[in-house]
Design a protein around this ligand. Structure first.
Ligand code: FES
Length: 648
């Protein structure tokens, strides 16, 4: 009889193998993605498969009940100890005896797809740079004196065909106790990305059953956001954010660069501040997720060029003056300890995405990785709204990028009642055009303020302030309710006929909410801050449109670390984004953070984005006179000259 035929689903890969071949070996031979951490020792259960029996007409195969070997002792012991789900077999133990169809469930694939929430977003392929391997190492012997690391390397080469690995001091310190405690069987975590040789990140005696985690960090000028991801499943297990403590040295990037220029040692002071904050964030997120910080073995960091240099401990002074030269625009793969990130694994690695140019950083690269404008059939404008807005415009024929200094107003800073997007912050608001009365929603509660049960629902958080999306809606609603003219001036109570407008100093303010603890208003200077921010954003977008030679785009993607998403209608009412049909405006959430997550979970995306970045053409806003012209014209709400027919 001929050799048995094996067909793997869902890949559809098929081939003949010698009778008696294990399913795992057959998968390797046919290039089927089947996981294994223990190398076929029946310990890790990563290799689980589901054989199908009976008629498989689609594949023209009938599978006999005895197509696979009976359970052997190893498989039986595993089942007895931990229990295999009904119908499942250990691929490393079950042998193929006759024609068979074998399904590889998602959980047994190394490169499985991580499904992102929104239907419009592409999935992420899971292929992390750090993986676990169980190895058996030879014991030392007096006659052939080699080091333990050298014997470990020999074992890794023989059992896994990887290495040789290098080991930093923290792992070397753990090496000998682990090997002896594990009776020469250890689990190692090996990091290998496209830069440099594979490295040993950690070692545990015997089979390590704990998790491996990575952090995707979006280091912004105003806020630092981190997602803790499970490197085995791709899931985000915890997210957390804090304010960037560098704010005390200057609210925007250029004031931080001047702080470094004016104060000797100022750059080092800012480096210390941001590294300390990131380390605190790591501790906080590990505590929240109830995991050992040692299990965090990697971080991917995205940030703008000034934050990039300050994090690395490089004086950002060159970024403050033309021609805005970066110390390096390449991506970086380094030891997390070089960045003083001591709360995570002592040998953890950190990867920084490449920068596009002096003003267009790794955060813009991350947005490009997440939103892929270069793969769009229609012309898409992607704006990532933060203290510095990253703006990308493009389609398959090419992508342009710039950054625009919007200031921190969109993140709720520099706003009288402003705050970071967090429970208790007003995130949405409507103003009745007749009565001029507001109703609003706060983060953490689904009810509007005029609905029954609202007061009880927010009893724990209270109403603490307005976040970025809330202030955008407030300004737009005030304009639509006639409380604000096109120049951005707030009218008086008498003109508007409402007690909600109240004098504040020599100008007027609109009262949204007042309780024993707080008075939440939108003041004239809040409106001015939003006008400056939105003019800068719009001018950047227009500059790219000029470069491209168009006066309309097909669609707009709004991204940013906003609590909820920005309402497209309100964004357009204040003239933040160019006119497009409202259904062509989508929200991508924190796209820079998503880009960081993709680079964390899929190491091939790192090579990918490095190629993409080389193709992006960047436009410098700081020295472009047309930027100033666009900026001035965009100060009016929505705009002095550009028309917004879609709003009519
Ligand atoms: Fe580990 Fe089969 S490969 S149990």
């Amino acid at each position: 009889a001929s050799d048995p035929l094996v067909i793997f689903t869902p890949s559809g890969k098929r081939g003949r193998v010698t009778a008696g071949t294990s399913v795992l070996a057959a998968a390797r031979k046919l290039g089927v993605d089947l996981d294994s951490v223990c190398g076929g020792r029946g310990i890790c259960s990563k290799c689980q498969v589901v054989p199908g029996y009976g008629q498989f007409s689609k594949h023209g195969v009938t599978v006999a009940d005895d197509a696979l070997s009976e359970w052997n002792a190893v498989e039986a012991r595993y089942d007895e100890k931990r229990g295999l789900k009904t119908g499942r077999r250990l691929g490393c133990q079950a042998q193929i005896l006759r024609d068979v169809v074998i399904d590889v469930p998602a959980g047994s694939q190394v490169h499985r797809q991580v499904v992102r929430k929104a239907a419009t977003q592409r999935d992420i392929t899971l292929d992390p740079a750090t993986r676990l391997y169980l190895v058996e190492v030879d014991e030392p012997d007096m006659h052939t004196p080699t080091g333990d690391l050298q014997r470990l390397n020999r074992a890794l080469a023989a059992q896994w065909e990887i290495g040789p690995v290098t080991a930093d001091l923290p792992v070397l310190q753990r090496l000998q106790p682990a090997l002896r405690q594990g009776n020469w069987q250890v689990t190692v975590a090996v990091h290998q990305d496209h830069q440099g040789a594979p490295r040993l990140v950690d070692i545990w005696p015997g089979f390590y059953e704990g998790g491996l985690y990575g952090l995707a960090i979006d280091l912004g000028s105003t806020t630092i956001a981190a997602h803790l991801c499970d490197l085995k499943t791709g899931e985000v297990v915890a997210s957390s954010g804090i304010m960037n403590p560098q704010i005390r040295f200057g609210e925007d990037l250029m004031s931080r660069v001047s702080y470094a220029m004016m104060n000797p040692g100022g750059d080092a002071e800012m480096t210390r501040a941001v590294r300390g904050a990131m380390d605190d964030l790591v501790t906080e997120i590990a505590t929240e997720a109830e995991i050992e910080p040692r299990a965090i073995v990697e971080a991917v960091i995205v940030c703008n060029p000034v934050m990039h240099h300050l994090l690395l401990g490089i004086d950002p002074v060159e970024l403050g003056q033309a021609p805005f030269a970066l110390a390096t625009s390449d991506s970086l793969s380094l030891a997390a300890s070089d960045l003083d990130l001591s709360a995570m694994n002592a040998a953890a690695r950190a990867y920084l995405l490449p920068c596009i140019a002096g003003h267009v950083g790794a955060d813009a690269a991350a947005v490009a990785l997440s939103e892929m404008p270069g793969q769009s059939d229609d012309l898409v404008l992607v704006v990532d709204v933060g203290t510095n807005a990253e703006i990308l415009l493009g389609d398959r024929s090419g992508v342009l990028a710039c950054s625009s200094p919007t200031g921190p107003a969109f993140e709720g800073a520099q706003i009288s009642s402003g705050q970071r997007a967090a429970p208790g912050a007003i995130e949405a608001i409507r103003i009745d055009p007749e009565t001029k009365e507001p109703r609003f929603r706060v983060i953490g509660c689904d009810l509007w303020s005029d609905e029954d049960g609202f007061a009880e629902a927010i009893a724990t958080t209270g109403i603490t302030g307005i976040c970025g999306s809330g202030i955008i809606e407030a300004v737009a609603e005030m304009r639509m309710a006639g409380l604000l003219d096109a120049s951005g001036l707030i009218g008086s109570a008498a003109q508007a006929g409402t007690e909600r407008l109240q004098p504040e100093g020599r100008t007027q303010a609109y009262l949204i909410h007042e309780d024993a603890d707080r008075r939440i208003t939108v003041t004239q200077s809040d409106i001015r801050a939003i006008q400056l921010a939105k003019s800068a954003l719009y001018a950047g977008a227009r500059l790219l449109m000029d470069e491209r030679g168009v006066d309309r785009v097909d669609r707009v993607v709004l991204a940013g670390a906003f609590g909820a998403h920005i309402s497209p209608k309100h964004a357009m009412v204040i003239g933040m984004i160019p006119d497009v049909p409202l259904d062509k405006v989508t929200s991508a959430g924190n796209a820079a953070g998503t880009g960081a997550r993709i680079a964390l979970l899929d190491r091939s995306a790192r090579t990918g984005i490095e190629g993409i970045v080389r193709e992006i053409r960047k436009v410098e806003t700081a020295i472009e006179p047309r930027f100033q012209e666009h900026f001035v014209a965009a100060n009016a709400i929505p705009h002095a000259t550009d028309m917004f027919p879609e709003l009519a």
